[in-house]
Ligand binder design. Structure first.
Ligand SMILES: Cc1cc2nc3c(=O)[nH]c(=O)nc-3n(C[C@H](O)[C@H](O)[C@H](O)COP(=O)(O)OP(=O)(O)OC[C@H]3O[C@@H](n4cnc5c(N)ncnc54)[C@H](O)[C@@H]3O)c2cc1C
Length: 521
């Protein structure tokens, strides 16, 4: 078959939702094209091993340009490259963000009240149905089966430092400290491919191709007519009634630009014919995260000490034991100054030293990572080449707005207080890292890494209309994290899934019911 009603590009968090929801209507033929291999690796399923997927064939293994505000460092940017996309390599934290995030977009159809029903439609929360939560949706959300002793120590130390307990960051308010809920089913990762795609695979109207990298959108007379993709060493083309890009916040803008849709001057420099002059790539935002680590007093074990063959067997036998951990087991939200409408810093607590995205082998330790979640800085994504095999250039723009640096430094001070309080006072040894912790702003510049949450590169508004259609090109939408105008306060998997749920309704011409619960005062 060489023509489909809808071709979805990218089988990540959004693409799996779209393919599954659109193929519910058996009269709609859907093709889902994924550049990466299938998701049949143990490290995808086994929660604590996700970082072992970095720099493998299931990671796009991207790197930013040197970041001037980070002492010129280039940061590693892992992105999932397999069925499930980044939801197959992520840390599984289930977080929706704050209502002010979506209301702040100011876009009809994308307010919190509009999106809340889609968070609920997606959700199957092990805690049961409540004002804030739903059961029966595809995305399983659970509490961790077990928390590391150092996570309990973090929670007690944060309480001793004056942080209120918050048992549910997706409830009435984000503020406070507590354990995260995770996208797992009975102790194994529950990616968007598990949640949405696998149950739909038997449908005759859904075709999924892996190892199929889309190279450009085919456009004729101002209308997208299909895509060209590479597979098994050859270029193929396929026709589509509608093309939906869900290749993520890095690759959807890359594909638009390769297809002649982007900043005109930039495309002309690379010899690409300009079909629509749009600020693609220009609204990039990400969450900067400052992993602050301490070594432990001699004899105190961390999660790395649990990485044993016996514990792998224990997990294989019953999905139990320490390796069911998502590593970032607990955290919290705080406001670093008065007058904010919602928290501006998220904390992530990890029972290990996290350096080089968990890949560096170091003595036992603890990490508390303050992350700026009310981000003011913007970066820019551009092409290095008109050749689709080249990785795009990423200027993440971290801390180019000084308010973000102030918030990050205040976050570092907050985690220093936690480390000096409660049980941590007796467990922690010296701080890890080149800067020590004497100068929080220096720590921020020397330690900041991505929290893996890029958005805004194909934003609703400048690039897309409120129905996610690319301005000026018919039959072409973008429906992934790149469509978010700003990054929400929290991890971006659940927001991307909610966005894709709504995108599927837009494609099907449906509108959702209004929520009857869960509206914040
Ligand atoms: C290491 C890591 C940890 C994270 N931790 C968390 C967390 O704990 N909680 C949370 O909520 N969020 C987390 N995130 C973020 C979250 O997973 C992402 O925001 C979300 O998955 C983005 O969804 P997406 O659909 O926009 O893109 P993706 O899920 O990245 O999907 C894009 C898909 O498109 C494919 N693709 C790209 N280019 C092409 C092409 N040319 N042709 C065909 N296919 C293509 C990719 O291979 C990929 O499968 C994390 C992300 C990472 C990388």
């Amino acid at each position: 078959m060489n023509r489909y009603d809808v071709v979805v590009v990218g089988a990540g968090s959004a693409g799996c939702v779209l393919a599954a929801r659109l193929s519910e209507d058996r009269s709609t033929s859907v093709l889902l094209l994924e550049a990466g291999p299938p998701d049949d690796a143990l490290e995808v399923r086994l929660p604590a091993s996700f970082y072992q997927l970095f720099r493998t064939e299931r990671d796009w293994d991207l790197t930013t340009d040197p970041q001037p505000e980070l002492a010129g460092r280039r940061l590693a940017w892992p992105r999932g490259r397999t069925l499930g996309g980044s939801s197959s390599i992520n840390a599984m934290i289930y977080m929706r963000g704050a209502p002010v995030d979506y209301d702040g977009w100011g876009i009809p159809g994308w307010t919190w009240a509009d999106l809340f029903p889609y968070f609920l439609r997606a959700e199957d929360n092990a805690r049961g149905r409540s004002e804030w939560h739903a059961v029966g949706g595809p995305l399983r959300v659970e509490d961790l089966r077990r928390r590391h002793a150092l996570t309990e120590a973090f929670l007690a130390s944060a309480a001793a430092a004056g942080h209120a307990a918050n048992p549910d960051f997706n409830g009435a308010a984000q503020d406070g400290v507590g354990p995260f809920q995770v996208t797992q089913r009975r102790g194994r990762r529950w990616s968007a491919a598990d949640a949405y795609l696998r149950p739909a695979l038997r449908r005759p109207n859904l075709t999924v191709l892996t190892d199929a990298q889309v190279r450009r959108v085919l456009v004729s007379g101002g209308r997208a007519t299909g895509v060209a993709y590479g597979r098994e060493g050859r270029e193929h083309t396929v026709q589509a009634g509608e093309v939906v890009l869900a290749a993520g916040a890095v690759h959807s803008p890359q594909l638009l630009m390769l297809s002649g849709i982007g900043p005109g001057a930039h495309l002309r420099e690379l010899g690409i014919e300009v079909l629509a002059d749009l600020p693609v790539g220009e609204g990039l935002q990400d969450h900067p995260c400052v992993p602050v680590s301490w070594f432990l007093r001699p004899g105190v074990p961390d999660l790395r000490d649990d990485e044993t063959p016996a514990n792998v067997l224990r997990w294989l036998a019953g999905r139990r034991g320490p390796l069911a951990s998502n590593v970032a087991e607990a955290g919290g939200f705080l406001r670093t100054r008065d007058g904010l409408p919602a928290p501006d810093v998220q904390l992530m607590s990890m029972p290990a030293v996290v350096a080089d995205h968990g890949r560096a082998l170091l003595p036992a330790g603890v990490t508390i990572a303050p992350t700026v979640v009310d981000v003011h800085s913007r970066g820019r994504l551009t092409l290095r080449s008109a050749d689709p095999r080249w990785k795009p250039a990423i200027d993440a723009g971290y801390y180019t707005d000084p308010r973000d640096l102030d918030a990050a430094a205040a976050g570092v001070r907050a985690v220093q207080e936690i480390a000096a309080s409660g049980p941590f006072k007796d467990l922690l040894d010296r701080p890890y890292g080149p800067a020590g912790l004497a100068d929080p702003r220096r720590t921020v510049r020397e330690a900041t890494e991505t929290l893996y949450h890029p958005v805004g590169t194909c934003a609703i508004g400048p690039v897309l209309d409120p129905e996610l259609r690319v301005h000026g090109i018919a039959g072409l939408r973008v429906a992934d994290a790149g469509a978010m105008p700003t990054v929400p306060r929290g991890n971006t998997n659940a927001p991307t899934i909610a966005l894709a749920e709504r995108a599927a309704d837009l494609l099907r011409g449906r509108t959702a019911a209004r929520p009857t619960t869960g509206v914040q005062a």
